[in-house]
Design a binder for this molecule. Structure first.
Ligand code: KG4
Ligand code: ZN
Length: 340
């Protein structure tokens, strides 16, 4: 009988230290240590993130192995996030993965974090969910990325469009900050939006060519809008919180859906896979459900823990690369900017 392949995966590209263990494509454990420290500063502080990764990485890896009920000697290969991300954060995971692979004398597999978000759909667990069929369109929406990718096969991907300034999660968080919400404010906008009128305050849509996105103009128009309103009524935000949030969310969701529809029309692809932390947003989920009905799309949404930054998505890519014997050399280095 064929011996199973055990992959230990490590992710440390931003502010989550994560480790996961796979037996072939089956996920055995998935551990994430999130860093609370950044909340006090209203955003991720790179230097604090790398220090926290150093504190978390060993316990997180130990816990992932223990939960999977395997010994480190059983691991067949180590997969790690090489980039893109914060250099100091990436260095912690990269050097840890390199030393462990060297110590255990097993292969090392570098993984592109963005590819991880796209291939998270192929993680197998106790839930028997249908996986996307190739070719599909992947929409990755998080605090760090906003991309539409045409996925022809596991390792043949083409970026059709991406943000030219802020990521969509940043657009949510920066708007939330203008409203005085704590970081990260995206989920709070979502919460208040649910009882507001999305058409109450129309914000202008950015004019960006092709399938690229821009969100920085929206932030500026919200800033001016709030400033003007507050000069007339200093309680404007408090009195209109729900309507403001619903209007902001409506604008952001429309920007995303317009481009996704354009991509679907241009490519003729109706199989859609969503990833990234912003896929928790109710507005985007409702819009996608509507598109399934109205446009005949088939939308795939992975479990939320595979959408936010995690090591399971790095592990599945590691497993697929292992099958191709696509291993990395010990001299490999982290890469803060790393395109698909
Ligand atoms: O993928 P993620 O956990 O981390 C990275 O950015 O890599 O995404 C976090 C982002 C934050 O910007 C957060 O505000 C946003 O996702 N977010 C949401 C919601 N849940 C998380 N934005 C809008 N609505 C939500 N329900
Ligand atoms: Zn990410």
């Amino acid at each position: 009988m064929k011996q199973p392949i055990y992959i230990l995966a490590i992710e440390s590209s931003c502010d989550d230290t994560a480790a996961a263990v796979f037996k072939d494509d089956l996920l055995l454990s998935n551990v994430v240590a999130s860093q609370k420290i950044h909340q006090e500063y209203g955003g991720v502080v790179p230097e604090l993130a790398s220090r926290a990764h150093q504190q978390h990485i060993l316990p997180v890896v130990h816990q992932a192995l223990a939960k999977a009920n395997i010994d480190k000697k059983d691991v067949s290969a180590i997969a790690f996030t090489r980039g893109p991300g914060l250099m100091g954060s990436l260095l912690v995971g990269t050097s840890f993965a390199k030393s462990l692979a060297l110590g255990l004398n097993i292969p090392l597999i570098e993984v592109n974090h963005l590819q991880g978000h796209v291939l998270a759909h192929f993680i197998k667990d106790e839930m028997d969910k249908p996986m996307p069929e190739f070719p599909f369109l992947a929409l990755t929406i998080s605090g760090g990325h906003t991309q539409i990718i045409k996925v022809n096969s596991y390792f043949d991907m083409e970026v059709l469009g991406e943000t030219i300034d802020d990521a969509v999660g940043e657009a949510f968080d920066k708007s939330a900050k203008l409203l005085g919400f704590p970081y990260p404010g995206g989920p709070l906008i979502d919460k208040y939006a649910q009882s507001g009128n999305p058409k109450a305050f129309p914000f202008p849509k950015p004019k960006v060519k092709g399938l690229n996105f821009s969100f920085s103009g929206l932030k500026t128009s919200i800033l001016y809008f709030l400033r003007d309103q507050m000069t007339q009524n200093e309680n404007f935000i408090e009195e209109n919180k729900e309507d403001i949030c619903a209007s902001i969310q409506y604008s952001i969701v429309s920007i995303l859906m317009d481009k996704l529809q354009k991509a679907s029309k241009e490519t003729g692809i109706k199989e859609i896979g969503i990833g990234g932390g912003v896929s928790a947003n109710k507005g985007i989920r409702d819009a996608l459900k509507q598109a399934e009905n109205d446009l005949g799309w088939k939308v795939h949404l992975p479990k939320f823990e595979y959408c936010t930054d995690n090591a399971a998505m790095i592990g599945i890519v590691g497993y697929l690369k292992y099958l191709e014997s696509d291993f990395s050399e010990q001299k490999i280095t982290a890469k803060a900017r790393y395109h698909i």
